[in-house]
Write a protein that binds this ligand. Structure first.
Ligand code: ARG
Length: 502
């Protein structure tokens, strides 16, 4: 198990982390962003993730440079720079991410410029479709929308276009120009949410508007606060959709992450960035994370710029991988209850309690009709059974809140057991006790014993009613016994859960 307190909804191996480390910079013009993953790893990111956060690492922990895929000559196509290289590299990345994601692991991709998200989104969209039959949602945290098509882009840098390719708003033509992107790789614009935007090209604004894409700019964050923005963003996605978080470090203000290719002032604080990652992790829906555009070579004039940017990047990754004590004041322990047994227990106890309530309620009614006094143990057992029902409801609520503690079950179980046992003893005495027991009287009142009256007479009816009453007594005894045994059982079960965990 990893150290997160959040249970994953869509990963079959939430303790495993598939790593893809992408040393690629061809989606834009500034050298050095390809060294981002190396520096992140050398700063101890992955050892921390393994040793402190408790993940098993899989995949490519050495950085892939993709040199075999970068052609010597790569002239622009439809205005895109390095189109063949970016297309081939993102295609490889798509396979690398897919290989990790189809195992049901969380995938962490370290970039590299943001063009690589063409690959990461393609890989996780395809794997999620195959594995769960679901589409992924994308949370794109960035100063830029990166949704230019080759035709709307001013720069021709593909790192400004990944969302357009991933959603199919931009189509590849030939195989070597993103033609390899198929429907299975696509993500829906309906399940895309932006956070942190503040530098959006006019062509991009048009695309966002026309496609009704959900976007929270820095303005929205200032207006509502990051907490409310995350609530709205996650509500838009819904809690039944796996989430791919693509985090461009330039979403953070340059104060926190100066070493990046296209810094824009007025960005997120580090805490706001962390909060986004933590909130997404806390949904339990996270299936993949990208951290991109860390370029340690840039902003060299600023003292400690690269180090700060790396640190910020590590913090973001950490936030998205674990929900841990630095944010949780109350440390909650996870207990592993045997679900089937527990459900069976609740069902049978519910049946027993309801039956006893029903029978004794009917008995009280009969006593009233006969103008006889009501013995104390009728209301007593009704109360005990009602308490048992409340206890079961309490358990259900605690299970729902994931707070079912063995101690609560043991104490509750013990109290009910004692009450239940008292009832059982009284019932036994009434049924079979030495003086005037129900059992011995059963056949006496109406016609003594045999033969049983037959025919449609009042006597028969009376006899049947009397027999019914006697059988009800026996049923109460049977279920009283089952209840007492089951209460013993739940105490044992709770003790085992407690002991197994210790
Ligand atoms: N991933 C990034 N840093 N993207 C910046 C994109 C800047 C600009 N919108 C462009 O298309 O070139």
């Amino acid at each position: 198990m990893n150290n997160s307190l959040i249970e994953s909804k869509f990963l079959s191996h939430p303790e495993d982390l598939g790593i893809v480390a992408v040393g690629f910079s061809g989606g834009q013009g500034k050298a050095g962003v390809d060294t981002g993953p190396t520096e992140l790893i050398e700063s101890g990111l992955l050892t921390q993730v393994r040793d402190e956060l408790g993940y098993n690492l899989h995949g490519h922990t050495t950085v892939d440079q993709y040199t075999d895929l970068v052609p010597a000559d790569d002239p622009p196509h439809r205005g895109m720079k390095n189109p063949r290289a970016v297309s081939a590299v993102t295609r490889r990345i798509a396979d690398q991410v897919y290989e990790q994601a189809r195992e049901g692991r969380l995938v962490l991709t370290l970039g590299g410029d943001h063009s690589i998200a063409i690959g990461t989104l393609a890989g996780s969209a395809r794997a999620t479709r195959e594995r769960l039959g679901r589409e992924i949602a994308v949370i794109w945290v960035d100063a830029h929308a990166d949704i230019n098509t080759p035709e709307t882009s001013d720069s021709g840098n593909v790192h400004g276009m990944p969302v357009a390719f991933a959603t199919g708003l931009a189509k590849g033509d030939k195989e070597e120009f993103f033609g390899w992107l198929k429907d299975e790789h696509r993500v829906s614009v309906k399940k895309l949410v932006y956070i942190g935007l503040r530098d959006v090209d006019s062509g991009e604004k048009k695309i966002l508007r026309e496609n009704g894409i959900k976007a929270f700019s820095m303005f929205d964050i200032d207006k509502h606060g990051i907490g409310r923005v995350m609530e709205m963003a996650l509500a838009h996605i819904g809690n039944d959709t796996p989430i791919h978080l693509s985090f461009d470090v330039d979403a953070l203000d340059p104060m926190w992450a100066p070493s990046t290719g296209t810094p824009v002032r007025g960005g997120l604080t580090l805490r706001e960035g962390d909060f986004i990652c933590e909130s997404v992790h806390a949904t339990g829906s996270l299936v993949a994370v990208d951290l991109v555009e860390v370029n340690p070579r840039l902003a060299a004039d600023v003292e400690g710029a690269a180090r700060e940017t790396i640190r910020a990047g590590c913090s973001l990754v950490r936030g998205s991988l674990v929900y841990e004590e630095r944010r949780v004041i109350e440390r909650v322990h996870k207990y592993h209850w045997p679900a089937v047994q527990l459900n069976l227990w609740m069902l049978i106890m519910m049946v027993a309690s309801c039956l006893i309530i029903g029978v004794f309620a009917a008995f009280i009614d009969i006593q009233n009709t006969l103008e006889l006094p009501i013995p104390w143990y009728f209301p007593y057992y009704i109360t005990v059974s009602a308490l048992t029902v409340s206890f079961i409801l309490l358990l259900l609520w605690l299970i729902f809140r994931r707070r079912l503690l063995p101690s609560i079950v043991m104490i509750g179980g013990f109290i009910l057991f004692v009450l239940w046992l008292v009832g059982l003893v009284v019932i036994s005495i009434q049924l079979w006790g030495p003086s005037g027991s129900v059992s011995s009287n059963c056949n006496l009142w109406v016609f003594g014993a045999d033969p049983a009256p037959t025919g449609q007479t009042l006597q028969t009816l009376a006899w049947l009613e009397q027999r019914g009453i006697c059988q009800s007594w026996q049923a109460v005894f049977a279920f009283g016994l089952v209840g007492a045994i089951f209460l013993l059982w739940i105490m044992v079960m709770a003790y085992q859960v407690f002991a197994d965990d210790a």
